[in-house]
Write a protein that binds this ligand. Structure first.
Ligand SMILES: [Zn+2]
Length: 254
């Protein structure tokens, strides 16, 4: 064709598929009739994407539509060429692509449709950072912060598979809102907030799981330590927390 186009696309665009779309929509090609048109690309991924049975993104769907339109009156072939091996047209393309990527895109981004994968891979780390920030900036939830230093997706995947009874106990252990004297006292159900086993401190989940002297042997069996440092509470797998809660018999309801 001899035409050279440099189009800055911003930071979220699949350049190779966009190049196929741009080629398919060239006015000089659309005016042709009964011609053999070969569009060359060094991206096998882009070619496979437009040849797939079902388009995965809006950009791919637009490209397929444009190619079909072009192929209505012409014979259109997509040809893969190996990249970076001295093919003149491909080397020229790489130079132009580099020029486009260093040029500033003017306007709101994304400039054209982006894939679901791109959206997910951008949102997930952002959501994790925001959750983490909000969790550390929150002034409440003191007991829960001992058990959860940060959002933990692997533990979170474990919880929904639990039976309702175990899930209730686990949430209680993590938040402190559980049938232990300190919480029952706050609720006005008990008068004495002390631990019924050792009578040394308030009966809280942190005390029961990490420090209660009357539960040292149970703790040794379950967590391999007579006492636990508060810093290590968030490292305990929730399965072990539940097992400890069960053997302590502190959460059995009639
Ligand atoms: Zn105790």
């Amino acid at each position: 064709m001899g035409e050279e186009l440099v189009l800055p696309l911003g930071s979220h665009t699949s350049g190779r598929i966009c190049a196929l779309l741009t080629c398919s929509e060239l006015e000089s090609l659309l005016l042709k009739n009964n011609c053999s048109i070969a569009i060359c690309s060094d991206s096998l991924t882009a070619i496979k994407a437009v040849l797939a049975h079902k388009p995965t993104t809006g950009l791919v769907a637009d490209t397929v539509t444009a190619l079909k339109t072009l192929a209505t009156l012409n014979s259109v072939r997509l040809i893969w060429v190996p990249g970076h091996c001295g093919i003149a047209g491909n080397e020229k393309l790489n130079t132009l692509a580099k020029q486009a990527s260093t040029s500033c895109f003017i306007g709101p981004e994304p400039s054209i449709g982006i894939s679901v994968f791109t959206i997910r891979s951008s949102i997930s780390p952002w959501a994790f950072r925001e959750q983490n920030r909000l969790w550390h900036e929150s002034s409440g939830c003191r007991q829960a912060e001992y058990s959860l230093h940060r959002p933990d997706y692997s533990q979170a995947r474990f919880a929904p598979n639990l039976a309702r009874k175990d899930l209730r106990i686990l949430v209680g252990l993590l938040t402190g809102h559980v049938d232990l004297n300190r919480h029952l006292c706050i609720m006005g159900i008990r008068q004495d907030a002390g631990c019924p086993l050792c009578q040394e401190e308030d009966d809280t989940t942190v005390h029961l799981i990490a420090q209660c002297s009357a539960s040292m042997l149970l703790r040794k069996d379950n967590h391999e330590g007579f006492t636990l440092s508060l810093d290590t509470l968030s490292d305990i797998h929730w399965l072990l927390l539940l097992r400890f809660a069960n053997v302590s018999k502190r959460f059995h309801r009639p």
